[in-house]
Design a protein around this ligand. Structure first.
Ligand code: AMP
Length: 419
């Protein structure tokens, strides 16, 4: 199938060519016909599937005809980074159409945003909080909006934005087209979708479909040895661009500094940074100044950096959704990538859950010459499987740790121990 079948306006075809797309992805094939026909959509798809273009291209086709300098489309996204990225994608795709988008989020001054809105734009890409501020200040008028897009609705729910979304909807006309995208469908999103959508076409792209180009690899290690193992992996694997995830902001910062001292061009992206610093880190990673970005989960959603060769879970994420979103940063669209996870004893349960969702086992791998911890004489037992009376002893740091048996349970053959 080619893009020809959608009969896009030549200016939009020019945008598709500018992006370098030759054929539509599955979500684009499925979602674009009903969107072009003016129907509401419930799109169950995660980032990495090409869902941004799936809604932006039909949106541009619609806006191409009709009045200018009125806000006719509103796209709401849960994070500043995602909003910025959608706005950038629109910029590339809309070049010849001369349609304009303005991005609106907190952490930066309001006057610049208001000025751009007053200059005239047809599309607003916004995070809920700042958009509500502008609505309350009467700086934005959404009464002419024809299309509402809610992107990553499940993440909006996670961030507690659903009440804001409902408030924003009060500023929209009742007659409009609604497109809701979500990677997962918790009850709250289903209710919201039922309220918002009118006879929607449901488009579902399987989770596994988006990750078929990713190899999932597991390394077992103790918490204490993670940084050493990470550096061993990084020195052995052929990595071009690497995105590393940590659980905490503090760890993201300290690990990036440590890697920088070890000779890597590394930086961090985490919530303690100002919006300007975040953008600098992201831009530096995108333009190749930094080869390694250490991030917390705020960066996991929607960040579109092409050619990420490796995603490394320095810390195993707390949910399967977070794993899917993190690892979805590599192997995007038609590219291939590797998702490497460093797992310690306490991560056994989460790894099992992730593997159930993936529908397959992760590839177990050792790092040549690296001993993660003491050998397991009686290895591979989860907490539940161990005899009841035997006390669970988590791995401890200390000089004697190599002589103590551990309870790794990832089925990785433990290499001969270094003397
Ligand atoms: P998204 O899911 O919208 O974040 O898109 C994921 C990645 O796929 C982005 O890098 C897009 O530029 C890319 N992409 C989107 N549509 C296509 C397509 N039809 N062909 C190739 N790459 C695409």
């Amino acid at each position: 199938m080619s893009f020809d079948e959608f009969q896009f306006h030549p200016h939009i075809i020019a945008g598709i060519t500018a992006c370098g797309y030759t054929a539509p992805t599955p979500i684009q094939r499925e979602a674009m016909p009903p969107i072009l026909a003016g129907r509401d959509i419930l799109g169950l798809a995660q980032t990495g599937t090409g869902k941004t273009a799936a809604f932006v291209l039909p949106l541009l086709q619609r806006l191409q005809a009709g009045p200018r300098k009125k806000i006719r489309a509103l796209i709401v996204a849960p994070t500043r980074e995602l909003a910025e990225q959608i706005h950038e994608n629109i910029g590339t795709m809309s070049g010849q159409t001369r349609l304009r988008s303005v991005v609106v989020y907190g952490g930066v001054g309001k006057p610049g945003q208001i000025k751009k809105i007053r200059e005239g734009a047809e599309i607003i890409v916004a995070c809920p909080g700042r958009l509500l501020d502008h609505l309350n200040d009467k700086a934005i008028n959404l009464r002419e909006v024809e299309v509402l897009v809610l992107d990553e609705a499940d993440h909006m729910f996670d961030k507690g934005f659903l009440p804001d979304i409902r408030r924003i909807m009060k500023h929209l006309p009742n007659k409009r087209q609604n497109l809701v995208f979500s990677a997962t469908m918790p009850a709250e999103i289903r209710h919201l979708a039922e309220d918002i959508l009118n006879d929607p076409a449901t488009v579902q792209i399987n989770h596994t479909e988006a990750v078929t180009t990713i190899s999932h690899v597991l390394f077992q290690v103790t918490k204490e040895n993670k940084t050493a193992m990470l550096k061993s992996i990084m020195s052995q694997e052929k990595m071009t661009t690497t995105l590393i995830f940590t659980k905490t902001k503090h760890k993201a910062k300290s690990l990036a500094l440590h890697l920088e001292k070890s000779g890597y061009s590394a930086t961090s992206l985490q919530g303690n940074l100002s919006q300007q610093k975040r953008q600098q880190a992201l831009d530096g990673f995108k333009n190749g100044t930094f080869k390694v970005l250490v991030a917390t989960d705020i960066a996991a959603r929607g960040i579109d950096v092409s050619g990420i060769s490796h995603v490394i879970n320095y810390d195993v994420p707390d949910t399967v959704e977070a794993y899917t979103h993190r690892t979805g940063r590599t192997g995007r669209a038609t590219r291939t990538g590797e998702a490497l996870t460093l797992a310690a004893n306490e991560d056994v349960r989460m790894i099992q859950t992730i593997e159930r969702t993936l529908g397959k086992k992760m590839i177990r791998r050792n790092v040549t010459g690296f001993v993660a911890d003491a050998p397991c004489e009686e290895p591979l037992k989860t907490r539940e499987e161990r005899p009841i009376r035997k006390k669970y002893t988590p791995a401890r740091s200390g000089r004697n740790k190599r002589t103590r048996a551990t309870s790794f349970d990832f089925g990785i053959p433990v290499p001969a121990q270094r003397q």
